[in-house]
Design a protein around this ligand. Structure first.
Ligand code: GDP
Length: 137
């Protein structure tokens, strides 16, 4: 079993697509180990996306991520990290394959519905950023 970290971004929650995206995740074999709804500040979004601090879209991305409620979650399955990336589809929905979350729900390269960790180290950092140990016991 492997754990990964995911976010349903503000666009997903705003458009009422939370349940539909979660259903796709469960249908793909992910178990939701922990989930919570919260709103984050621009500063908290900046801490989460610190690796992108030098990118041109950083200010816009952190404004978007703090623009409304999100769901943060820990997902479990074998090969969870790679499999979630596959299920999400390409960052830019214009390039996302049929049957992926972003193909179905993302509106733009920025408002792209969902986040998923890209490696084991990243998953550990991201899970620890939003969840305490007791929430995953
Ligand atoms: P991901 O791993 O597929 O989420 O993509 P990245 O780690 O490269 O980027 C993080 C997030 O920043 C993406 O999911 C988008 O929300 C946003 N993003 C990435 N590239 C761009 C871009 O070129 N323009 C804008 N406005 N946002 C971007």
């Amino acid at each position: 079993m492997q754990r990964t970290f995911s976010i349903l971004k503000p666009d997903t929650v705003r458009k009422g697509q939370t349940g539909a995206v979660l259903a796709m995740m469960e249908a793909a074999g992910f178990r939701i180990a922990a989930i919570k709804k919260l709103s984050i500040s621009k500063q908290q979004a900046a801490g989460f996306y610190a690796v992108h601090a030098q990118r041109s879209f950083f200010d816009s991305l952190t404004t978007f991520m703090s623009s409304g409620p999100i769901f943060v979650m820990v997902l479990e399955k074998e090969n969870a990290i790679a499999d979630l990336r596959k299920l999400m589809g390409a960052t830019n929905p214009a390039n996302a394959e049929e049957g992926t979350i972003r193909k179905k729900f993302a509106g733009s390269i920025e408002e792209n519905a969902v986040h998923g960790s890209d490696a084991e180290e990243t998953a550990a950092f991201e899970i620890g950023y939003f969840f305490a140990g007791y929430e995953l016991a």
